[in-house]
Write a protein that binds this ligand. Sequence first.
Ligand SMILES: *Cc1c(COP(=O)(O)O)cnc(C)c1O
Length: 398
Amino acid sequence: MPTTHDSHHAAPVRAAFLPFHVPSITDEDIRALVQVLQSRWLTTGPRVRQFEEDFAAFVGSRHAIAVNSGTAALHLALEAIGVGLGDEVIVPTMTFAATAEVVLHCGATPRLVDCLPDSLNVDPDAIERNLGPRTKAIIPVHFGGRPCRMNDILDIAARRRLTVIDDAAHALPAAHGGRKVGTIADLTCFSFYATKTITTGEGGMVTTDRDDYASRIAVMRQHGASRDAWKRYAAEGSWYYEIVAAGFKYNLSDLAAALGVQQLKRCDQFWEARRRIASLYDAGLSDLEEVTTPPGDEGLQHAWHLYVIQLALDRLTIDRAAVIELLKQEGIGTSVHFIPVHLHPFYRDTFGYTPDMLPVASAAYQRILSLPIFPDMTDADVWDVIEAVHRVVRRHRR
Ligand SMILES: *Cc1c(COP(=O)(O)O)cnc(C)c1O
């Protein structure tokens, strides 16, 4: 029988549930979308052009090519460098499945590699161990927004003449060694999925300094047609186009791009807010021996897309799933990033991966927990999360 003296049945930390993520949408964002509707031009057009120009200026790349998802960005980047049948591409296992699936869509094989135990970013030594005669490219994923060890990775790529495609789905804005993510690798792929650091609902971008990659991606995002539709239908355009390759339907709509233009203006402001939340978490959780906070951002710009803690399970009587459930009962939404790719049935059964083949990621997977981190969170929200984590841990100490 629950009583008011039983702390397990005390009122939850929050009466109103705090979701894991809420996108930041202003009246100005909404007005920008209404304007697109009023213009009657909904598909790829002037707002996509604007978003691309603004984005290239923001990261400092020569080209920015907008597409309708981060997955499409990765697929077209691999296509542009000519990854095909029989090739291998190095993919960190600690990522979302998209990073691996696009390699398969090119007819190539993803070589899943292990991560470092603290940052959960790809381990450069593991990359080295997985190189082979058919390796064509490396896709570093800047996990949670923290740039990978790019000096080591670029060094490996230069020695072996490999192309580097950054999966920067988490890394806007981020920088490493004074260089912005978006200008470091040969090609960089961003995502504007609803939970990412800026959003267009669904969307993505490829940045590159190479003219040949940029023009190939621009053609392949729209059926392999030699001209963009909006140029054809604009007053000065022509009805004529030529299909030069079997392309894809990966173009971004002007509706989505209009939101992107607005969100990009607030990108640095969003980042300041997330950085502040991360430092509050650091301060509020550092005294808990049952919790390891993520490594700091000394010497680099961390986008703080995710704040991933690791639970010291040997100090707790419950597992991660129970912690998630108990935090939910306290009114706090959380998530897990990621189920490592090699543990998914398709990759396990197709390629024969076992958990012990990628031991660091397999072990980390049991311990990782992503706490809410989005710009509209108030300091009181952050302290509620901290209080809830303290409560759950305190009640289940070993
Ligand atoms: C979100 C994400 C993607 C895919 O982006 P979409 O826009 O959802 O297609 C790729 N890689 C990582 C690491 C991601 O988190």
